[in-house]
Write a protein that binds this ligand. Structure first.
Ligand code: EPZ
Length: 429
């Protein structure tokens, strides 16, 4: 397995283009199941996760063609004929979000058999809200041998669904099913993450009728069929936020392009409080920090959008490891999302974790060491810490990073980071 080696100490100066959002792309890809006409997604990131889902879609009979277009990478989906509605465990377990093919398969064909996604390292992450919502839309659901078998032979029908709490996945999944249901569906306490807005707008471009986009109540009037469309994937706010934190950590001046500053306001507000200079631009943001000035510790608590994103918590913790003072970090979305803390401690960070709260006491410097993480965002937090750790940091299990960061070492290297990929090693420490 590959690892990434970083020699700490270099400032970052230059420009980094932000890719299309992974967490939008994979939901938009699932939307291709809903139509027998071509769906062209532009600004498509090329990631392990989009590859997994492409493989799964091919298994259903959707033709998936990756190519270069006028505006960069794009992928054409042609779901003229759905030949199978079976999603095996081997494909679903590799990426939890692939469970979200259940709703669109059901809406298009009236039946589907999809493996349950299983647990993951950041918590139990059940799918009860997804299944409750599909049942309310009229699907009959059976769980057997780790699989969900769902049937709606006469089609789905609209319903009023109030989620007990906010779930990104359950909101998207229900939306992907309700657009083809008979009648009106109202989703209350819906998630408002920008990727859901992106999905809803794409569905509208495909002929869906959705009101309340970007609010917590979505009203969907079902249509009998959807058409194809061309849609540009929204910029990846988590990738953008990760590079913003990397620039703040290393010092220097980095311009993030092909992005949207408004999507990471909850992060940049905290970075400004800590002493980072932030200047929004027309297509992104400039991050500037004088590395001779120590940052100040600030507290954060993760919340649903527009609050501080849980997917940026690990990166922010890395930034706080060398800030002056004590930072308290609350994780409110997932019950077990501090696995990066002991790894950051291997680099010399002073972090104590109790239940959903981490206390980070800033240290004067970090020292390089071999580390590894068990999830995507935790892995990038270790790369960020490695940018300032004295000597060499090697981050193992890079396949986590490859799930969600396109050409990470190339993008950071272009700004002056001393970073390289080591092929086929680095898993065992
Ligand atoms: C999405 O996960 C993202 N994944 C996550 O990003 C992100 O951290 C999360 O939203 C929160 O923003 C994708 O978009 C592919 P949830 P999701 O449903 O949809 C509980 C990354 O690194 N819950 O909003 O799974 C759940 O356990 C990933 O890119 C239930 O109890 O998140 C969690 O505690 C990691 N029952 C909370 O709700 C359910 O049926 C929020 O989960 C569904 C969720």
């Amino acid at each position: 397995m590959d690892s990434i080696a970083i020699q700490g100490g270099a400032q970052l100066n230059g420009s980094i283009p932000v890719s299309g959002a992974k967490n939008s792309a994979i939901k938009l890809m699932a939307a291709s199941i809903l139509t027998d006409q071509p769906l062209l997604l532009t600004n498509m990131p090329r990631l392990a996760d989009t590859r997994f889902l492409g493989q799964l879609l091919r298994q259903f009979g959707v033709e998936v063609t990756e190519r270069d277009g006028a505006d960069g990478q794009e992928t054409l989906f042609d779901g003229r004929e759905i030949r199978s509605t079976f999603a095996p465990y081997d494909l679903v377990r590799q990426m939890r979000a692939s469970f979200n093919v259940l709703g669109p398969l059901l809406a298009r064909t009236g039946h589907a058999r999809v493996s349950l996604p299983g647990g993951c390292t950041i918590g139990a992450r059940p799918v009860d809200l997804h299944l409750d919502a599909l049942s309310k839309l009229g699907a009959s659901i059976e769980l057997e041998e780790g699989y969900v078998s769902a049937m709606a032979p006469k089609g789905l029908r609209g319903a009023e669904i109030e989620f007990p709490f906010v779930s990104v996945g359950a909101t998207e999944h229900t939306l992907l099913a309700a657009v083809l249901a008979d009648g009106v569906t109202v989703l209350k306490r819906a998630a408002r993450e920008p990727e859901i807005g992106d999905l809803a707008r794409c569905l509208i471009a495909m002929g869906a009728r959705i009101e309340g986009v970007d609010t917590d109540t979505l009203t969907i009037t079902g249509v009998t069929s959807l058409n194809g469309a061309t849609w540009s994937v929204i910029p990846d706010r988590i990738e953008m936020g990760s590079y913003a934190v990397a620039a703040a950590m290393a010092g220097g001046e980095v311009r993030l392009t092909r992005a949207r500053a408004d999507l990471i306001a909850s992060l940049t507000d905290k970075m400004v409080e800590a002493g980072v200079e932030i200047a929004p631009t027309e297509d992104g943001v400039i991050i500037k920090r004088d590395p001779s000035q120590r940052l100040k510790a600030v507290d954060v608590a993760t919340e649903v959008y527009p609050g501080f994103a849980t997917d940026l918590q690990a990166q922010f913790m890395a930034l706080m490891t060398t800030a002056e003072g004590v930072s308290t970090i609350h994780e409110n979305i997932f019950e077990n999302r501090f696995m990066h803390a002991p790894e950051l401690a291997r680099l010399g960070a002073d972090i104590s974790v109790q239940a959903g709260e981490a206390k980070v006491t800033g240290v004067a410097e970090l020292r390089g060491a071999p580390v590894m993480a068990t999830d995507l965002r935790a892995s990038v937090s270790l790369v960020i810490a490695g940018l300032v750790a004295q000597g060499e940091t090697t981050v193992g299990r890079v396949y986590h990073l490859d799930r969600g960061f396109e050409r990470l070492e190339e993008k950071l290297g272009a700004c002056g980071a001393t970073i390289r990929r080591i092929k086929g090693s680095g898993d065992e420490h």
